[in-house]
Design a protein around this ligand. Structure first.
Ligand code: 5RP
Length: 222
């Protein structure tokens, strides 16, 4: 079991490894979370100047701007070459659970708008089969109970994330014990539920590269 200090060091290493993927003067997609926060700081410290970043959350926007990095609206950016983001779990096919930080909707949009997604994680995120981490589902507030009933019918146990509103003004249901042996099928089924804005499965479009830091260094899965 990795200690909190070791996990923090691993996040730092994964973040630093991702800086090497960034092309100077490019427009870069940037995710959300503690690993991404370290990436933003490592990018600023590296001296690699990018033209702008497209941000996936208000929190990342604030950190990017405080590090002197220009943030651009996705509508003005076109297709991005590269998106860097963390994850809550990844499996051997680089499929992910994301959304622990609640930024999943904008993260999925920026993923879709990017040619390449490099995911940065510490080794605690590696699993054989997705689903130990509760699956976040962003829901329009008026549909909360309806969607919760559908999730129960699918075999999950939804729990309303307390005192949390997304950047888009919605709520999150964290779904425990969902069978994710076929994550593509579940992602599609959740996408079809009226009231669901986004679900935290990245299975239809997995990461292209996972940079996983361990106590021995950074391993690349691609
Ligand atoms: C935010 C996310 C994050 O990428 C995920 O929660 C991992 O976060 P951290 O880097 O803090 O472990 O999906 O919505």
């Amino acid at each position: 079991m990795t200690s909190a200090v070791d996990q923090q060091i691993q996040k730092q290493w994964a973040a630093e490894a991702a800086v090497r993927y960034v092309r100077p003067d490019s427009v870069l997609g940037v995710g959300t979370g503690s690993t991404v926060n370290l990436f933003i700081e490592a990018l600023a410290a590296s001296g690699t100047r990018i033209e702008a970043a497209v941000s996936s959350s208000d929190a990342s926007t604030r950190l990017l701007e405080s590090n002197g990095i220009t943030v651009r609206d996705l509508n003005l950016a076109g297709t991005l070459d590269l998106y860097i983001d963390g994850a809550d779990e990844f499996d051997p096919h680089r499929r992910l659970i994301k959304g622990g930080g609640g930024a999943l909707t904008r993260e999925k949009i920026v993923t879709a708008a990017s040619r390449k997604f490099v995911c940065i994680v510490d080794e605690s995120k590696k699993v054989g089969v997705l689903g130990k981490y509760p699956l976040p589902v962003e829901v329009i507030p008026m549909a909360r109970s309806f969607v919760a009933r559908q999730l129960v019918a699918m075999g999950g146990q939804p729990e309303l994330r307390q005192d949390f509103v997304t950047d888009n003004g919605n709520v999150i249901l964290d779904v425990h014990n969902m069978d994710l042996v076929d994550p593509v099928a579940v992602e599609k089924e959740l996408n079809n539920l009226p009231g669901v804005v986004t679900n935290g499965l990245w299975a239809i479009r997995p990461a292209d590269v996972v940079l996983m830091a361990t106590s021995n260094g950074v391993e690349e899965f691609s």
